[in-house]
Design a protein around this ligand. Structure first.
Ligand code: UDP
Length: 399
């Protein structure tokens, strides 16, 4: 059982007071979160922390997941790619599969919900239940919609526009739907196994279990096995760096129930890594939070080489552990990695090589960036800040 007081070591008492004041106005409100997977990816990560802490301050928060088959998730993964500007054919059959599965899930919506929060595009079809429902409906878009395919957007905005409000991570993501808009970057939970402090002994045990040597320098990327995370580009950069600075590369990831492309990308990575003994591909089970925590703490440099990124919680997690981060200047990464202050930004493989070499040879730079990165996350992207921002949104919708 989490309590708001548990967050006192990480934040100001004033913020906790403000949370209590706003929460009092929402006491007993039923807040239903709906998404498409319990494990894997940023949304599941957010909900695992947000739902208990909402309950701890007197709201009645619940989390429900739509049920769907492979055909639906193939469609929504194609939609995901089409959001990110990947050329994708959106066919009539895909739209039919989407509508059919959405209708089969309509009973997921709780009649008693005061707020129904639809996370991402997969459950957006549930908006068909909006008519006659007592609650306020919110669509929370966790990805970057700027280059969304126009045909797909025409289809989805018919649902999103029926909600009372839309939430985006960043102001530059806002789309005109004729409803209220809020901007709510996500956060990490400093108390979770993914982010809590880990004793030296515990770290050693986990590293041993994962087969990671204690003395080799490590470059790490953690992410779903997804082409948009560009692990192949990172491998190319690494091979140039390790000639001069011996080190290993760890690509750690796992499957998400709503991402059917992961296996194909994993197979390709394993094949490419085959002839490089110091490249380690770790396919982790979905509950490997402590393992990821320890890997991030163990890394000499953490990379997030994404081509597109909604926010990039893996970056937040690495910064929280005061690690030096190199990442691409895309999506929400730009709000987290302030170049030369909280990390380094690298727009392409050549820049990535330069940044990796700088960090591997200059430990003062690495330490300074890590320290400043951690403070940046503490002020902006941890659970209490996120909870406060949520309460502002919910209160505003009640007015
Ligand atoms: N994650 C995980 N296991 C994995 C890969 C990722 O637990 O094998 C977590 C990761 O630590 C982070 C989240 O999933 O908390 C990924 O969120 P992010 O915003 O970086 O990317 P997304 O997957 O949502 O595109």
């Amino acid at each position: 059982m989490v309590s708001l007081k548990d967050y006192a070591p990480f934040t100001d008492a004033e913020l906790l007071d403000k949370i209590n004041t706003l929460a009092a106005r929402l006491k007993g409100a039923v807040v239903q979160h709906i998404n498409s997977t319990v494990v894997g990816g940023g949304v599941a990560e957010i909900l695992h922390s947000l739902v208990p802490v909402m309950n701890s301050i007197g709201l009645k928060a619940r989390w429900d997941v739509i049920k769907a088959g492979k055909d639906f998730f193939e469609v929504t993964k194609a939609f995901h790619n089409a959001f990110h500007g990947v050329k994708t054919e959106i066919t009539e059959r895909m739209l039919e599969i989407y509508k059919y599965t959405s209708r089969a899930n309509l009973e997921v919506v709780a009649d008693e919900a005061d707020f129904v929060i639809i996370h991402d595009q997969q459950p957006l079809g549930l908006v068909e239940r909006r008519l006659g429902h007592r609650g306020k409906w919110l669509w929370y878009c966790h990805i970057d919609p700027v280059d969304v395919d126009p045909r797909l957007w025409d289809f989805l905005k018919a649902y999103a526009g029926q909600c009372d409000a839309a939430i985006y991570h960043l102001p530059e993501y806002g789309k005109d739907l004729g409803n209220k808009q809020f901007f709510l970057p996500p956060a990490i939970n400093p108390l979770s196994d993914k982010n809590r402090e880990v004793s030296g002994e515990e770290q050693q045990q986990i590293l041993k279990k994962l087969g990671i040597s204690a003395d080799e320098r490590v470059i790490l990327q953690v992410s779903r096995f997804d082409r948009l995370k560009n692990p192949f580009g990172l491998m190319e950069a690494y091979l140039k760096v390790e000639k001069e600075f011996p080190c290993s590369l760890i690509l750690a990831g796992g499957a998400a129930d709503d991402d059917p492309e992961g296996q194909e990308v994993l197979d390709e990575l394993v094949q490419k890594a085959g002839c490089h003994p110091r490249v380690k591909i770790l396919n982790l089970p979905p509950d490997s939070h402590l393992e990821i925590n320890v890997l991030q703490r163990r890394a000499d440099v953490v990379v997030q080489n994404s081509l597109r990124e909604g926010f990039g919680l893996t970056v937040t997690e690495a910064l929280w552990k005061a690690r030096p981060v190199v990442a691409t200047p895309v999506g929400g990464i730009r709000k987290q990695v302030i170049h030369e202050q909280t990390g380094l930004l690298a727009a392409d493989t050549d820049e990535l090589v330069v940044c990796l070499k700088r960090l591997l040879q200059d430990c003062n730079l690495s330490m300074r960036l890590g320290r400043q990165g951690k403070e940046h996350v503490r002020q902006n992207f941890i659970t209490p800040v996120y909870l406060y921002n949520w309460l502002v949104v919910l209160n505003e919708l009640l007015q």
